[in-house]
Design a protein around this ligand. Structure first.
Ligand code: HAS
Length: 559
């Protein structure tokens, strides 16, 4: 499909800006494993300290890259499936808000004025530019979403009986979740944090700020995930040479995400004494519920892949797997997506471990948590983003992939790195290895009185895996920027792979409408979050002991 020069350039900018910043994000990932493994015993390197680097790593990789990509991919999907281009003014406004907001937040982080990590929990305080910048990034993404809603409503008016394409349903659901969950974090930032950061209010309600953050924070992970799910359902079967086993299963999965992505944020607060047991129990149960759409997806995709392999003549109970097009340069996107799925088997199962209140107590705030989330966000999410970014880059710029073999190897190398890295972190976590700690200064520094050797091997595994991930990232940059700066050889266009369904599927009205689902979503959120907010407002608790950035034990304890 031909697209206007304006849309093409907008999407390319929205892919280029975050991938350029990703070079900084990935560098700080490498620095993390170096600090943590005790290779260096310093608080900072090249004038960037540990927490500053960790903030840059988390914010760039998990917030900036994912938001820019979701908007860029959303533009491509809506234009491709509904055959309508977005409104120019809204699209330009959205892009500039996101770019300027990102620059503001990046400036605050690079100046060392916002080392508050991607969760920016108070009492950690950032420069107002950090909060205002991230708010602009979010508002920019809303502007694009509102425009797509208008396009969708116009399209629906003209196509009442036509089934809405699955990718469009997925995109609109994803951004609805995003819009609703970001309202809570907007309240946290604008009403609680910015006035406090400007010195207009003397204190801030920490439990309330955390509760509002996690209202947003867990839904955020599904906002990261759903673009990958759109690719898994609508593209992967086609790339594998087969058909999608059931598109209705995909619709059910997306609507279940709409209902269950938000009212489960308290599972990040199982350790918070201000939240009562009843809320924790109910949100724990709902967390098990949100695994359902992923189980539906696992079985639907496995069936679709098996169908594709058998169509290629595969036999045997499991040996069909080897008939899938791994390592094929012409369908490199398959490699990115399948590796993401393989990692997600482990990422998803460890998520279910964490959802259990009692098991969560064993590993909360340990290295097990980044072990889990690198197999989710650095698995299906990140690999789908990398794969689709270079896929769209080649199509929209009309250029051939630079060093295609290198590009085809990247997801496999990355996956090996993640398995070693996350394996090390989770093993260390089970032995109590803390997260978000520069262990090179204390626990893994033989000169420190806090030194002990339990975490030497696990953090070395983290270092080995992180090193491999860094190399894979570096190879990707060669391929991405090499493609960007090569000569145009084809007519620019968008041509997404589209999977047919295995069976003929009729339009089921309930899975082609939003209103009833939105009403149920509002009800579940209201019932699960009213008591949580009330607990956070009423149980503000005692003051916590102070900590210093270079020391993981409280200052008071030492006296
Ligand atoms: Fe999580 C913490 C529970 C999914 C990300 N999670 C985090 C944090 C992040 C994160 C970033 O209940 C840390 C936040 C922080 O900084 O503190 N998570 C879950 C559960 C799920 C889950 C139950 N998480 C994700 C996803 C993420 C993500 C997705 C990013 C994108 N998570 C938790 C909990 C915590 C938590 C607690 C708090 C921990 C604490 O104490 O702080 C579920 O959604 C997972 C369901 C998934 C599955 C897997 C299905 C498998 C599929 C693959 C099939 C493969 C195929 C390939 C077909 C059940 C779909 C076959 C292969 C062939 C070759 C044929």
């Amino acid at each position: 499909m031909q697209v206007s020069r304006f849309l093409r350039n907008t999407i390319l900018v929205e892919l280029f800006v975050p991938i350029l910043l990703l070079t900084v994000g990935i560098y700080h990932g490498l620095m993390q494993v170096i600090y943590r493994a005790g290779v260096i015993h310093q608080a900072s390197v090249a004038k960037l300290d540990y927490y500053q680097g960790l903030t840059l790593h988390g914010v760039i990789n998990a917030v900036v890259l994912t938001t820019f990509f979701a908007v860029a991919f959303g533009h491509a999907t809506i234009a491709f499936y509904l055959k309508r281009e977005p409104n120019k003014k809204a699209t330009a406004l959205s892009m500039w808000l996101m770019v300027i907001g990102t620059l503001l937040a990046a400036a605050a982080m690079l100046a060392g004025k916002a080392s508050v990590l991607y969760t920016f929990y108070p009492p950690l305080k950032a420069h107002p530019a950090f909060y205002i910048g991230t708010a602009m990034l979010i508002i920019g993404s809303w502007v694009a979403f509102f425009d797509w809603v208008t396009i969708y409503l116009e399209w629906k008016k003209e196509n009442r009986e036509t089934i809405t394409p699955l990718a469009v349903i997925g995109t609109l659901i994803n951004f609805t979740i995003w819009f609703v969950c970001t309202t809570a974090v907007a309240y946290e930032v604008l009403v609680l944090l910015v006035p406090w950061s400007l010195g207009l209010t003397p204190t801030v309600n920490v439990p309330l700020a955390r509760t509002l953050f996690w209202f947003f924070g867990h839904a955020l992970v599904y906002f990261w995930l759903l673009p990958s799910y759109i690719m898994f359902y609508t593209m992967l079967p086609k790339l594998a040479g087969g058909k999608l086993y059931s598109a209705t299963a995909g619709r059910i999965a997306f609507f279940l995400f709409l209902l269950l992505s938000i009212p489960i944020g308290v599972h990040h607060q199982f350790g918070d004494p201000s939240i009562g047991r009843g809320v924790k129990l109910s949100q724990s149960l709902l967390t098990f519920g949100v695994a359902l759409p992923s189980f539906i997806t696992a079985f639907t995709l496995a069936a679709s892949l098996e169908y594709a392999a058998r169509k290629r003549g595969a036999k045997g109970l499991y040996s069909w797997i080897w008939k899938l097009p791994f390592f094929r340069r012409d369908v490199f996107l398959f490699g990115y997506l399948i590796n993401g799925l393989i990692l997600f088997i482990f990422g998803g199962l460890t998520g279910l471990v964490l959802a259990s209140y009692s098991l969560n107590n064993v590993v909360h705030n340990t290295a097990f948590i980044p072990g889990h989330f690198h197999m989710t966000v650095a698995g299906p999410v990140f690999l789908a983003i990398l794969g689709m970014s270079i896929f769209l880059l080649q199509q929209l710029s009309g250029k051939k992939i630079y060093l295609p073999t290198l590009n085809a190897i990247v997801p496999y190398l990355w996956t090996v790195g993640v398995i070693i890295f996350s394996g090390g972190l989770m093993w260390g976590g089970l032995m109590g290895e803390p997260r978000r700690t520069n262990m090179g200064l204390t626990y893994l520094n033989p000169a420190s009185e806090q030194y002990h050797p339990y975490w030497v091997i696990s953090s070395m595994l983290g270092l080995a895996g992180g090193g491999i991930m860094f190399v894979a990232g570096f190879l990707y940059f060669i391929s991405f920027f090499g493609t960007l700066f090569s000569k145009r050889t084809m007519e620019p266009a968008i041509d997404l792979p589209v999977s047919d369904t295995l069976h003929e599927e009729k339009r089921i009205p309930i899975f082609d409408t939003f209103k009833p689902w939105l009403a149920v979503m509002a009800l579940i959120i209201f019932l699960s979050y009213l008591p949580a907010i009330s607990d956070a407002l009423n149980n503000t608790g005692k003051k916590a002991p102070p900590y210093l950035p270079a020391d993981p034990t409280p200052v008071v304890q030492k006296k």
